[in-house]
Design a protein around this ligand. Structure first.
Ligand SMILES: Cc1cc2nc3c(=O)[nH]c(=O)nc-3n(C[C@H](O)[C@H](O)[C@H](O)COP(=O)(O)O)c2cc1C
Length: 228
């Protein structure tokens, strides 16, 4: 009798430890697969490390905690030229813009290599910054000339605003994702943070929560799409 009980206890503890070992290995496997995925965020603000950067970093922090490789690219201080409408990208079809004297081709390459792309901009006179618009115009045209090369990547817009113009900015960035056949996750509010001086958005509790929820939803969606 005692021997049977002992055998049962040993068997249960063996099964338990085996199960938790498998669970641990399975968890490691999931994290390792997520680590292979990357999300790149672009900050279109002319002010480095301002409110848009703060919001983007919140989203990226959540994604990093979920095992994703992340990168923040800040356009501040960079010359980003607008599209010159030459349509050379439709002739060459080489996934590059013909303008080579700025970093846009480097940015396009980063988008191509990433599974998820976040475009962040402050509101300037009710719209995104000219740098972000130039990036969208050129990356968007090159993508369309190359069989919608961003198709089925995950895209999200993030906007910092003092008072008004956030929705139009948010909408226009999302139009880029949607016409590029990308997939856009939602959050608990539209992805907007309120603030004016550097760091103000830290006090926008709902804005910060929106960024964290966006990070969680992006991670969830990317893992589903990539069957992780
Ligand atoms: C040229 C310029 C235009 C702006 N236009 C608007 C505007 O139309 N509406 C608004 O609410 N805030 C406007 N702002 C304020 C910024 O959107 C706000 O300060 C934002 O938090 C800046 O983000 P950043 O720190 O990432 O640059 C403007 C700021 C600048 C520099």
């Amino acid at each position: 009798m005692l021997q049977n009980q002992l055998t049962a206890v040993l068997l249960v503890s063996f099964l338990r430890s085996t199960f938790s070992r498998y669970l641990f290995i399975f968890h490691l496997h999931i994290v390792a697969l997520a680590m292979c995925m990357k999300v790149v965020a672009f900050n279109g603000s002319a002010r480095k490390d301002g409110n848009t950067a703060t919001l983007l970093r919140r989203v990226l922090q959540v994604l990093a905690a979920e095992g994703f490789e992340t990168e923040l690219v800040q356009l501040a201080g960079e010359q980003v030229r607008g599209c010159n409408a030459c349509r050379t990208c439709y002739t060459t079809k080489n996934k590059r813009c013909v303008i080579e004297d700025d970093k846009v081709n480097e940015y396009i390459q980063k988008m191509l290599e990433a599974d998820g792309v976040i475009l962040g901009s402050p509101v300037y006179f009710s719209m995104m910054t000219p740098e972000m618009k130039a990036l969208i115009d050129r990356a968007g045209y090159v993508a369309r000339a190359n069989q919608d090369m961003f198709k089925r990547k995950v895209g999200a817009a993030v906007v910092a605003v003092r008072r008004a113009g956030a929705m139009s900015t948010f909408d226009v960035i999302n139009h880029f994702f949607l016409i590029s056949q990308m997939i856009v996750p939602g959050s608990s509010y539209w992805n907007i943070g309120i603030g004016n001086k550097k760091g103000d958005v830290e006090s926008d509790e709902e804005g910060i929560k929106t960024m964290e929820d966006l990070g969680k939803n992006m991670a969830w969606l990317l893992k589903k799409i990539n069957r992780v």
